[in-house]
Design a protein around this ligand. Structure first.
Ligand code: SF4
Ligand code: MG
Length: 314
């Protein structure tokens, strides 16, 4: 398998007054062609910033992102415009991300126009094709976003992201704003499209409940840092990191005999302007030890393909 995306020591800081907000700190991972990597962590842990930096909507503070083997930050804006056809973003909020004054044809056709791919009748045909692909009727082409349900609007957002035949899509919490009953439908649609079109996804979410169904591998982040990374089954059934265990314990299980004890984390997520010394998770970790405040745990491969940053495993 070839890595389509390689994230190398990626950091993104924002200046806040004279201080740095460390949104993303030293990310290192690959995404293989045709794979879905889930990126999981509480709100504000830097997931969206990571996703946006990975497709160069933000310039990084440090590090590189290789797409098909080439560092995207080395490209000129003009070269980057070409690469942008291959990498797309699906937004969290299907209400806010669609212009209410544009018709479905204009919304989905917009990237085709911007990149000068097709116009006129051919464009309309392509939009109709895209609507069918995401399970909407081509007859909806002249309607406006408010005429659709949340799930349908997310389908419109997906159709727009597919317009240019991308290879890699960052799905930024695409189901978080939807009713639970609709979430599975959108996840299934994304899976189907992945198979049919050979897509590669980064799937961002704040909990593990749906992510484990769509992801081949899952990366858990906390306060901008990587905590644990492995294939989804291992991460969900045999987690190593105390934070992953807490996230898992929060998922409701249908069978009450399987019920895990809920691990409730104390306190709040600290400010990324002033993260804790040593392990950034230590102020909330039920297993924190003395060494955790003085030394940053190394990112290490504990078992083949299973990475963790935690002093418990030294
Ligand atoms: Fe908890 Fe220490 Fe492991 Fe951090 S390094 S997760 S504080 S045990
Ligand atoms: Mg976010």
């Amino acid at each position: 398998k070839n890595p389509l995306v390689q994230v190398k020591n990626l950091s993104k800081y924002f200046s806040v007054g004279k201080q740095n907000l460390k949104a993303v700190e030293g990310l290192n991972f690959d995404i293989y062609e045709g794979e879905t990597v889930g990126l999981v962590g509480e709100s504000g842990c830097g997931k969206s910033t990571a996703g946006r930096t990975m497709i160069r909507l933000y310039e990084p503070t440090d590090g590189a992102v290789l797409f098909q083997g080439k560092n995207i930050y080395d490209y000129s804006e003009k070269q980057m415009a070409k690469v942008r056809r291959d990498i797309q973003l699906i937004f969290q909020d299907p209400y806010a991300s669609l212009n209410p004054r544009m018709t479905v044809e204009e919304i989905i056709g917009e990237p085709l126009t911007i990149h000068g791919v097709v116009k006129g009748k051919a464009k309309k045909k392509r939009v109709e094709e895209l609507l069918k692909l995401v399970g909407l009727s081509p007859e909806h082409i002249n309607r406006f976003p408010h005429e659709f349900s949340g799930g349908q609007r997310q389908r419109i957002g997906i159709a727009r992201a597919l317009a240019l035949n991308p290879k890699f899509i960052v799905c930024d919490e695409p189901i978080s704003a939807l009713d639970v009953s609709i979430q599975a439908q959108v996840v299934n649609l994304l899976k189907k499209l992945q198979k049919e079109l050979g897509l590669t996804y980064l799937f961002i979410a704040h909990d593990l409940s749906m992510v484990k169904y769509i992801s081949d591998r899952i990366l858990v982040m906390y306060l901008g840092n990587m905590m644990e990374f492995s294939d989804s089954d291992t991460l969900c059934n045999d987690p190593l990191h105390p934070y992953t265990k807490a996230l898992l314990s929060a998922i409701p299980v249908p069978d009450p005999t399987l019920k895990r004890d809920r691990i409730v984390l104390k306190g709040e997520v600290p400010s990324p302007i002033n993260p804790p010394s040593g392990c950034v998770f230590r102020t909330r970790c039920p297993s924190a030890m003395e060494i955790c405040s003085s030394s940053t745990p190394k990112w290490q491969e504990q078992k083949p393909g299973h990475f963790v940053a935690c002093h418990l495993y030294w």
